[in-house]
Write a protein that binds this ligand. Structure first.
Ligand code: PDD
Length: 289
């Protein structure tokens, strides 16, 4: 089990992996990233979808990337080198070292490609052991016309501030609303709720990351004729939901039993959440490569 870091094709250990303080990722958060994880040791879930999103993020910030084949290779090579039972993989691409400390992106000419691979412990198989509490925080999700949450950028200060706010409120996870007061997303996850047998999640238009897990779940629900709706959700609708759960690459489906010190439903993991997790597990193999 080891943590291994690939910087522009060279491998480093945790203690000797270094990036310049003039790197624009460090100076300005001028970078993009993706997080993927393995299943069955070396299979990656929905890698194509993650790479498509990466190229979209790059386009948003006017960053020209190397071809997909190169990026896929550094990811797979680093997973192999790490030799972990399961791997957490963080791909970071910064605009590179800036010749001046200034906004002009042309000060950097050579993006840095970094892959961090570390041992990953998957969430417990038993959904009842996955549940968390959360708080709807007062820090709002970045406005999509300022820093669009569709961009998976290295600038996560909005999310860090939200997390700090959640901790102050006694929650372990933060749920943010958008500038109009509708539920947007969590710090590192999308939000779903169930009411009267129907699944709901905010639309991408609410100003959220187009989560890959979210996307996979919506596809699976459509295929299984399960009722769901992408719609704007108010905080009060979320608090009065029968069930709430979070989704992300690392969490898969994570039940939420308490928000703002209020029980969600009966305060235990609900049947609809468990059912969707079963469907996800059953179909996982289709998205592995
Ligand atoms: N986070 N929203 C935000 C703000 C995220 O950072 C993430 C992912 C998600 C869920 O997206 P996906 O299903 O594609 O993982 C939603 C990753 C896992 C992270 O930062 O660790």
């Amino acid at each position: 089990m080891s943590t291994i870091i690939n910087i522009n094709g060279k491998y480093y250990t945790k203690s000797n992996a270094k990036i310049s303080v003039f790197d624009r990722g460090f100076l300005f958060g001028d970078s993009i990233f993706e997080v993927v994880r393995t299943y069955r040791r070396d299979k990656i879930l929905a890698l194509d979808m993650h790479l498509d999103r990466l190229y979209k993020s790059a386009e948003f910030i006017s960053l020209k990337l190397k071809r997909k084949g190169y990026i896929e290779k550094i990811i797979r090579d680093t997973i192999k080198k790490g030799n972990n039972k399961e791997s957490y993989v963080r791909l970071i691409i910064t605009r590179g070292v800036s010749r001046e400390i200034g906004m002009d992106p042309h000060y950097a000419v050579c993006p840095n490609y970094i892959v961090i691979v570390k041992n990953y412990r998957p969430p417990p198989a038993n959904p009842h052991k996955r549940s968390v509490s959360a708080a709807i925080v007062s820090v709002k999700r970045n406005h999509k016309e300022a820093l669009n949450p569709l961009i998976k950028s290295g600038n996560y200060l909005n999310n860090v501030l939200a997390h700090i706010d959640a901790m102050k409120r006694g929650g372990t996870e933060a749920i943010m609303v958008n500038s109009e007061g509708y539920i947007a997303e969590g710090t590192t996850f999308n939000v779903f709720m169930v009411k009267n047998g129907v699944y709901y999640t905010p639309p991408v238009d609410a100003g959220i990351l187009d989560g890959i897990t979210r996307k996979i779940l919506l596809k699976l629900m459509k295929e299984s004729n399960i009722k769901f709706l992408e719609k704007m959700i108010t905080p009060s609708e979320l608090l009065n939901a029968d069930e709430v759960f979070f989704t992300s690459t690392l969490r898969e489906i994570q039940p939420v039993v308490k928000i703002n010190d209020r029980k969600i439903g009966n305060g235990v993991v609900g049947a609809y959440t468990v059912r969707l997790l079963e469907i996800f597990n059953k179909n996982l193999h289709r998205f592995l490569s």
